[in-house]
Design a binder for this molecule. Structure first.
Ligand code: NIG
Ligand code: FE
Length: 402
């Protein structure tokens, strides 16, 4: 059944904008007093209601009361929401002065979440994941990347990735799985970091292909995790096997983004420590620069240089990094709004970073826009002025339209 839904005070289709570089609000296309024609869960046409009715006389009219601004659903291209337990203990230690890396070195941090997640069975993980995905969906986030990385053995990583696959069949949010078996060199693996990655390459990655559990591979390049020179051969091999590559890069120290660019990664994420050299290299590459303000807020540290990345010409996406350790809050819009105030990002740059540019980081090419043929999972904010969305810093809640 065809449906014509509206009216919308403003529709921001997020089309016709460049993939890379700075954006001014004058570049934002705004369709005023427009309606959307939907058929079989896809957008067919956007325009004035008289035209849509004339072209599709049999369509059912769904009239909204009130004023709304319509946007494509947001895309969170970096999360770790498949986990059990929590790390409130780490958070308390951090606000008492211990650093993230110190806590990790003393046996807490990511390893603590690995222990807690290993103890949970697959169906518990599915339930936890669905709850988190549905919370994101209610906040307008309709596509969510979800990483493994709290299993760190073939069997436990498979448990996490199978849980993600199962949850994706239940929640209305679209979950995109990524294998982060290279989150840490697990302390119970009887061998070196290189041997662990060799083991993952040979015994986990082929199963992911066969069972279609993930088509993306991630690694954490950092002190206490993996060294750039160890990561490069692993990522090169994974790429040869047909995986898209993404990297946790330059969070505390540099080195990761260079590997990401060299291997042709789809994205390099974090970048809090990136300096002029790294910013230039990312801007001159096809690798999306993904910044994670939620991790800066959770760790009480500075933001990634989002303004400089855009001015240098990079494709910038903003993601939540929602995870039990560094970024437990998981409110993407709030985080993007706070980042935009601190880094002086235009509304258009923020919406681009949450829609079509984030889609590009996930290689989802017609997503994050509203146009003929795109899926009609959309969000409508109760206002007649799109600028109110960031102004309320995450407190204006959308209506989710399917
Ligand atoms: O992106 N930095 C590495 N990994 C995650 C944190 C995971 C955790 O602390 O549990 C991140 O911040
Ligand atoms: Fe992360």
């Amino acid at each position: 059944m065809k449906k014509i839904i509206g009216p919308f005070a403003q529709i921001l289709p997020m089309t016709g904008l460049p993939l890379k570089g700075a954006l001014r609000d004058e570049q934002l296309q705004i369709l005023e007093n427009a309606w959307v024609l939907i058929h079989k869960e896809k957008v067919v046409s956007i325009g004035k209601v008289e035209r849509l009715k004339a072209d599709h006389p049999s369509a059912q009219i769904e009239e909204l009361t009130g004023q709304y601004v319509l946007l494509p659903g947001f895309i969170d291209c970096h999360t770790h929401i498949c986990y059990a337990g929590n790390r409130a203990k780490d958070y308390a230690m951090r606000i008492n002065g211990k650093s993230y890396l110190e806590i990790a070195e003393s046996g807490g941090g990511i390893w603590d979440s690995v222990t807690q997640t290993r103890q949970a069975d697959e169906s518990t993980l599915v339930d936890l994941l669905i709850k988190r995905a549905n919370r994101h969906l209610a906040d307008g986030v309709t596509i969510i990347e979800v990483k493994s990385g709290y299993g760190l053995s073939v069997e436990q990583e498979l448990k996490q990735l199978r849980a993600i696959k199962e949850a994706s069949q239940i929640t209305m949010a679209n979950l995109i799985p990524t294998c982060l078996a290279a989150h840490l060199h697990p302390r119970d693996f009887g061998g070196s970091a290189e041997e662990y990655l060799y083991h993952i390459t040979n015994y986990l990655l082929p199963i992911l292909k066969k069972e279609e559990l993930a088509s993306r591979v991630d690694i954490f390049i950092e002190q206490g995790a993996f060294k750039p020179q160890t990561a490069l051969p692993y990522l090169s091999k994974a790429k040869l096997m047909g995986f898209d590559i993404t990297v946790h890069a330059d969070q505390f120290t540099t080195g990761g983004s260079e590997v990401a660019v060299e291997v042709g990664a789809v994205s390099a994420d974090h970048l809090e420590a990136s300096k002029t050299k790294e910013i230039k290299a990312l801007a001159n590459s096809d690798t999306v620069a993904v910044v994670l303000p939620g991790a800066s807020l959770g760790l009480g540290m500075h933001y990634a240089p989002a303004r400089k990345l855009l001015d240098a010409g990079a494709c910038l996406a903003i993601a939540s990094d929602w995870n039990p350790g560094s970024a437990p809050m998981g409110d993407l819009l709030l985080q993007a709004a706070v980042l935009s105030a601190a880094e002086k990002l235009s509304t258009t740059e923020v919406f681009a970073a949450l829609t079509y540019r984030a889609a590009h980081a996930l290689r989802l090419h017609n997503r994050g826009t509203l146009a003929t043929g795109t899926p009609a999972i959309m969000q409508a904010y109760p206002t007649d002025d799109y600028r109110e969305i960031l102004y309320h810093q995450g407190k204006l809640k959308p209506l989710i339209l399917y």
